[in-house]
Design a protein around this ligand. Structure first.
Ligand SMILES: CC(C)(COP(=O)(O)OP(=O)(O)OC[C@H]1O[C@@H](n2cnc3c(N)ncnc32)[C@H](O)[C@@H]1OP(=O)(O)O)[C@@H](O)C(=O)NCCC(=O)NCCS
Length: 175
C-alpha cells in the first residue's frame, strides 16, 4: 500500500537528500552562507510551508510504502516554478498542475512500478482539486530529468502537447 503525505516540518527529513536542497524550479538565488546545506534545507522547508499557507496544499509529497519513504513528488501550478520559462517547448497551461519532480531515489526500487504507483496516487488526489490536467517536461534522451523520461509518461497515458528535440511538454487530461 502506497501513501502520499504532504511535506511538513515533521517528515521533511524523509525527503530524498537531493530534493531537500534542490531549488532548480523555484529560484535562481545564489546561496552564500557558511552552513550552505542547513541554509538550503531551511529555505526549502519554508517554501513548502508557504505553499501550504498560500494554496492550501504543500506542493510536495513524500511517498511511503509500509512506512518506508520510497519517493518524492512535487506538483503545483506552474506559476510557482519560475524556471519553466527556460524550456523551449513553451509554458505549461494555467489549467494544469505542473509535475516538477517525480523521483524514486533508490536504484534498487526503480523499474518495479513504484514511480507509476506514485504518479497514479498523485493523479487521484489532483482529480479531487480544480486541475483539468497534469503537465511536465519529460526527457527524450535520458531518464536523468526532474520528472523522469518521456517513455515513462507515454506509458502512463500522457500525450505530447508541444514537442522539442529533448524536453517535450506532455499532458494528461484529468476529465
Ligand atoms: C523515472 C522514475 C520516476 C520512474 O519510476 P520507476 O518506478 O523506476 O518506473 P516504473 O517501474 O513505474 O516504470 C514504468 C515504465 O516507465 C518507463 N520507464 C521507467 N523508467 C525508465 C527509464 N529509466 N528509461 C526508460 N523508460 C523508463 C518504462 O516503460 C517502464 O515500464 P517497463 O519497466 O515495463 O519497461 C524513476 O526511475 C526515477 O526516479 N529515476 C531517476 C531519474 C533521475 O535521475 N531523476 C533525477 C532527479 S533530479
Amino acid at each position: 500500500m502506497l501513501k502520499l503525505v504532504a511535506v511538513n516540518r515533521k517528515n521533511f527529513k524523509d525527503m530524498p537528500k537531493e530534493c531537500k536542497r534542490c531549488f532548480y524550479w523555484q529560484t535562481m538565488d545564489k546561496f552564500t552562507g557558511k552552513n550552505l546545506r542547513e541554509e538550503k534545507e531551511k529555505k526549502r522547508l519554508e517554501w513548502f510551508i508557504r505553499m501550504k499557507l498560500e494554496t492550501g496544499c504543500s506542493g510536495g509529497f513524500i511517498a511511503y510504502q509500509d512506512n518506508t519513504a520510497v519517493g518524492f513528488v512535487q506538483c503545483a501550478p506552474a506559476k510557482y516554478f519560475p524556471n519553466v520559462k527556460e524550456y523551449p517547448s513553451g509554458l505549461p497551461s494555467e489549467d494544469a498542475a505542473f509535475l516538477a519532480c517525480l523521483y524514486v531515489p533508490n536504484k534498487e526500487n526503480q523499474r518495479k512500478g513504484v514511480g507509476t504507483l506514485i504518479l497514479k496516487t498523485g493523479i487521484k488526489q489532483l482529480r479531487q482539486q480544480e486541475f483539468k490536467a497534469v503537465e511536465t517536461f519529460a526527457r527524450k534522451t535520458s531518464p536523468e530529468n526532474p520528472s523522469g523520461p518521456l517513455g515513462f509518461y507515454l506509458k502512463n497515458g500522457f500525450k505530447i502537447k508541444s514537442d522539442d528535440e529533448d524536453f517535450p511538454l506532455v499532458r494528461l487530461a484529468l476529465e
